[in-house]
Ligand binder design. Structure first.
Ligand SMILES: Nc1ncnc2c1ncn2[C@@H]1O[C@H](COP(=O)(O)OP(=O)(O)OP(=O)(O)O)[C@@H](O)[C@H]1O
Ligand SMILES: [Mg+2]
Length: 355
């Protein structure tokens, strides 16, 4: 994949594996991408597709034991893979920060919120206690917490879920990082609060010219919010494109299936039932061919026998991993064949594939 010169982050052939009782589990497999300063990238995929492991691998936040990480993660021209723990710790906060998937779990339940926001500032910026408290107050106000003077002295359990998430964002932004990775920052929140939090992250990104990786299982969350989208499946990138291109001209059947699984307003009453039929593959012993083949309505023998490479589409910056891309004559023929021989039902949505 082409790497631009002003890239803040360049990830090349990242592979992360866990030693498990069942064998070596490959959670991230050959992921490469780059992100320029001030740009945003949405990372989308179902549960288990490797989004969080990829994010933590990029931040070098995975514990060493039982984990094997390969590849390069170049951040501001330094390969983070070569850095010692004490050097990485200097980066976390002022250069790169992460909002974790579980906001409550990342707050200390027995420490006042103000102190938690101020802590990073004291550590990295050398501010006095009083100065750090003043900055924490400003940050809480910025992320939309009312009466911040009073609330600085409260504990996390005294805040609602949405307010706690704002505190986590304030902590992540405290040292003005150049890169923010937000891992499902809104999953536990209701739709209105979700939009407010995403707007807040967006506003802060624009104001600080920060680069953002926004991780979510919901394509709807990143639509219109990020410059580019990367779709992950079974630890791999299966499609990457500028956001508008992805929505107008998606090539990967998995992306199409994800889009179809977004709840639509007109069928909201049973929207929770929507999901892609079938299960993702076992990552200890993944099938040989395309990892989505067993669930794909366009599947052909070739897809089971051979894994497609990530190839460039005609639009710049658009890559996908499929032999029968969505919208092509080949995929239309493939679907028709599958319906005719009973692999896929008439609607083209239910897949019963024998491989
Ligand atoms: N510490 C670990 N030890 C072993 N396997 C792990 C570990 N952490 C994650 N995995 C496995 O790695 C794969 C990717 O997990 P990951 O948490 O990155 O998925 P995700 O895309 O973030 O999913 P979700 O949407 O549920 O957060 C999964 O198969 C998961 O079971
Ligand atoms: Mg996750």
């Amino acid at each position: 994949m082409k790497v631009s010169e002003e890239a803040l982050l360049e990830v090349d052939n990242l592979r992360t594996q866990f030693d498990t009782p069942d064998g070596l589990l490959t959670a991230v497999d050959g992921v490469s991408f780059s992100l320029s300063k001030g740009k945003s990238l949405g990372v989308v995929g179902e549960s288990g597709s490797g989004k969080s492991v990829m994010s933590r691998s990029v931040m070098r936040l995975l514990p060493k034991a039982d984990v094997r990480t390969e590849g390069t993660v170049r951040f501001k021209s330094r390969n983070l893979m070569d850095l010692a723990p004490q050097d990485l710790r200097k980066l976390w906060g002022p250069e790169m920060a992460m909002i974790f998937q579980d906001p409550l779990g990342s707050l200390n339940p027995v420490m006042k919120v103000g102190k938690q926001v101020a802590e990073g500032l004291r550590l990295h910026s050398g501010l006095s206690k009083k100065e750090a408290r003043f900055e924490a107050l400003k940050l809480l106000r910025e992320v939309g917490i009312s009466e911040p003077e009073r609330r600085l002295d409260e504990y996390p359990h005294q805040f609602s879920g949405g307010m706690r998430q704002r505190i986590v964002i304030a902590i992540a932004l405290a040292c003005q990082p150049d890169l923010l990775i937000a891992d499902e920052p809104t999953t536990a929140l209701d739709v209105t609060v979700q939009a407010q939090i995403l707007d807040l992250i967006e506003e802060q990104r624009n104001r600080r010219n920060m680069s953002l990786i926004l991780v979510t299982h919901d394509l709807g969350v990143v639509a219109g919010r990020t410059d580019e989208i990367m779709v992950m499946y079974a630890g791999r990138i299966v499609e990457r494109a500028p956001t508008k291109v992805l929505f107008s001209n998606m090539k990967m059947p998995y992306t199409e299936a994800l889009l179809e699984s977004i709840p639509k307003l007109e069928r909201a009453s049973h929207s929770h039932l929507l999901s892609i039929p079938g299960q993702p593959p076992n990552m200890v012993d993944a099938p040989r061919g395309c990892k989505f083949a067993a669930r794909c309505k366009y599947v052909q023998d070739r897809c089971v026998a051979e894994e497609p490479d990530l190839v460039a589409a005609s639009t710049p910056g658009h890559f996908y991993r499929c032999f029968f891309p969505v919208g092509s004559a080949e995929s239309a023929d493939a679907l028709a064949r599958n319906v005719a021989n009973g692999k896929v039902d008439e609607s083209g949505s239910r897949v019963h594939i024998r491989t």
